[in-house]
Write a protein that binds this ligand. Structure first.
Ligand SMILES: *[C@@H]1O[C@H](CO)[C@@H](O)[C@H](O)[C@H]1NC(C)=O
Ligand SMILES: *[C@@H]1O[C@H](CO)[C@@H](O)[C@H](O)[C@H]1NC(C)=O
Ligand SMILES: *[C@@H]1O[C@H](CO)[C@@H](O)[C@H](O)[C@H]1NC(C)=O
Ligand SMILES: *[C@@H]1O[C@H](CO)[C@@H](O)[C@H](O)[C@H]1NC(C)=O
Length: 442
């Protein structure tokens, strides 16, 4: 009898040992759940590696960590991401971007008409929902969730290629302000891309998780997300491992594009002063825009940049020169300092504080009570903006995570938790906030 027990005991022990050794010496399991950040202007996909305990943001074939949220339709193909952007100039009516602004939303017809006027592609009204009208060999329309699905499918394929396993499950982030319908349509987009969504998490919560705030003792987290076109500010409250969004506010017409636009206007004015005429040729303005954008990015790390652009200036606004040939190019050379860039944008930068004050007021919190400030979005790299925020709170914002990768990093951590590969089960649940409204200043 006791011999039998010993026998069984040693079998169990052997099994346990085999399991233990297996864990030690087998290659670590591959992630099966991906984390998706389906952004308005850029998308990224990440995974949590159980072996190393690290998040990896997956690059495309060319090593880029995010793809533009654009989809372009031609007579023969549907192009996604960078390939779509490359066609934006030659195929503007059929290159759809910003689809996230329309997903799962219902609109008054007049509002949709105004929206359509902002874009080179046509936005039409389908029983209160937006659709994009396209013209290739024939005319047809696609939904915002279809656009989303093409982006998600591209990211799924990037992940499958990189990991070498088929992927069917994902965690996806959405703006905190998304209502149930917008969340449902985002899930539908994933569904169309062959992905089952295990959880939808709020972008600010994901950003907080990227900083490991689900594991440490903090109470009040301010997330400031300043992207290309919008500012979103959220006040999160963490209670026993759960994140609650206490207040949110923002400005849906403030972002990096506006700062670039100020610099572009300045540069155009410089051209007018120096050469007597403003640039009117489409190609020139396009090139100016690109140079200004590059200069803006450089000014984050350098105190000044020199821009040098050849331009074809027509005396007579926009019309062809008499013999149809382009005039000889002139070259604009200008030094742009960071200080000048800041002066051109100071009033816009100040506007960032308005929604911050609103969420503090609505959350009944003093700014001193904010434990951690998390910055998200490329525009939060601008030194003047960081300074403005740190002076306002009297404390440094948390900046160790790349602000463009904070959301995808957090979503990938959540994907790791859902995939069961997290070493210890840290909860990161959100309390659904059905009646919370975002105050918008714009
Ligand atoms: C459009 O025309 C091209 C050839 O010009 C053809 O290859 C393609 O299949 C057509 N697409 C559709 C959707 O009809
Ligand atoms: C969202 O989807 C859930 C589950 O499919 C459904 O029960 C709910 O009614 C949907 N809500 C909206 C607003 O579409
Ligand atoms: C920005 O910096 C990069 C690399 O430092 C450089 O190649 C580029 O010419 C710079 N652009 C401008 C407009 O100064
Ligand atoms: C950033 O967050 C980490 C993790 O919570 C924390 O340890 C660190 O002190 C923070 N840094 C700043 C500057 O707030």
């Amino acid at each position: 009898m006791s011999g039998e027990i010993t026998m069984i005991g040693s079998v169990i022990l052997a099994l346990l040992l085999a399991g233990y050794l297996g864990q030690q010496y087998l290659p670590p399991p591959r992630p099966k759940v991906i984390g998706l950040d389906l952004g308005t202007t850029f998308c990224s996909v990440g995974v949590f590696h159980p072996g190393s305990g690290e998040v990896e943001v997956i690059a495309d074939e060319e090593g880029r960590l995010s793809i533009p949220s654009a989809v372009s339709f031609t007579t023969t193909a549907v192009l996604v991401g960078h390939e779509a952007v490359n066609l934006a100039d030659s195929n503007p009516q059929n290159t759809v971007y910003d689809a996230k602004r329309f997903i799962g939303k219902t609109f008054e017809p007049e509002v949709l008409e105004q929206e359509s006027a902002r874009y080179p592609f046509k936005v039409i009204n389908n029983k209160g929902s937006a659709e994009f009208l396209l013209f290739t060999n024939h005319s047809f329309s696609v939904s915002p969730e279809f656009i989303g699905s093409r982006l998600l499918l591209k990211m799924r394929k990037m992940a499958e290629r990189h990991l070498g396993v088929p992927i069917q499950k994902a965690v996806i982030s959405v703006p905190a302000e998304f209502d149930e319908r917008q969340r449902n349509y985002t899930i539908r987009a994933a569904d169309l891309a062959g992905l089952e969504v295990l959880r939808v998490i709020n972008e600010p919560t994901a950003a907080a998780m990227a900083y490991g705030l689900h594991k440490v003792d903090v109470l009040n987290v301010m997330v400031v997300d300043l992207g290309g076109g919008t500012l979103d500010v959220s006040l999160l409250n963490k209670q026993g491992g759960m994140f609650l969004t206490r207040a949110m506010a923002g400005n849906n017409k403030l972002g990096g594009q506006d700062f670039s636009q100020r610099l572009l206007q300045y540069t155009m004015e410089r051209v007018r002063q120096e050469f007597g005429v403003a640039p009117t040729l489409k190609e020139d303005i396009h090139r100016l825009r690109q140079v200004v954008e590059a200069a803006k990015l450089n000014l984050t790390v350098q105190p000044s940049v020199t821009i040098k652009i050849p331009l074809h200036l027509y005396e007579d606004n926009g019309s062809e020169s008499p013999d149809g040939t382009a005039p000889a190019p002139v070259v604009l050379e200008a030094v742009v300092t960071r200080k000048l860039f800041e002066q051109l944008n100071e009033d816009l930068f100040q506007k960032i504080l308005t929604p911050i004050e609103t969420v503090l007021a609505e959350g009944h919190l003093d700014k001193q009570d904010v434990d951690v400030i998390v910055l998200v979005g490329g525009s939060t790299r601008i030194p003047r903006i960081r300074k403005l925020i740190s002076e306002y709170f009297g404390k440094e914002p948390n900046t160790s995570v790349d602000p463009d990768m904070a959301v995808v990093t957090g979503v990938a951590i959540q994907a790791g938790i859902m995939g069961g590969s997290w070493p210890l089960q840290v909860s990161a649940i959100e309390i659904p906030n059905r009646h919370l409204h975002k105050t918008n200043f714009s």
